[in-house]
Design a binder for this molecule. Structure first.
Ligand SMILES: [Zn+2]
Length: 86
């Protein structure tokens, strides 16, 4: 575990080890979730961020006991989770 910035809300979060192509985060606001590492890199390059409210809602809906909700490119498109950084 290391300290990181939550890619969803920008608060301080814990970053777990990378699982496959996914980075896991533990955030006090957004909970335990994983994000595709390549997606994060592409978003940074394109100056894009997650819509905090919509993404938190997405994570809440997709949270299951014993399962970490994952954010993939397909899901961000389907649920319109990405916005341009201002
Ligand atoms: Zn967060």
């Amino acid at each position: 575990m290391s300290i990181a910035v939550c890619v969803v809300c920008g608060d301080t979060a814990e970053k777990a080890y990378r699982i496959g192509s996914f980075d896991e985060f533990k955030c006090p606001n957004c909970g335990y979730y994983s994000v595709n590492g390549q997606l994060i890199e592409e978003m940074e390059a394109a100056n894009q961020v997650f819509d905090t409210e919509r993404t938190q809602q997405y994570l809440m809906i997709h949270s299951r006991p014993g399962q970490v909700p994952a954010i993939t490119r397909d899901e961000t498109t389907k649920h319109q989770l990405i916005v341009e950084s201002t």
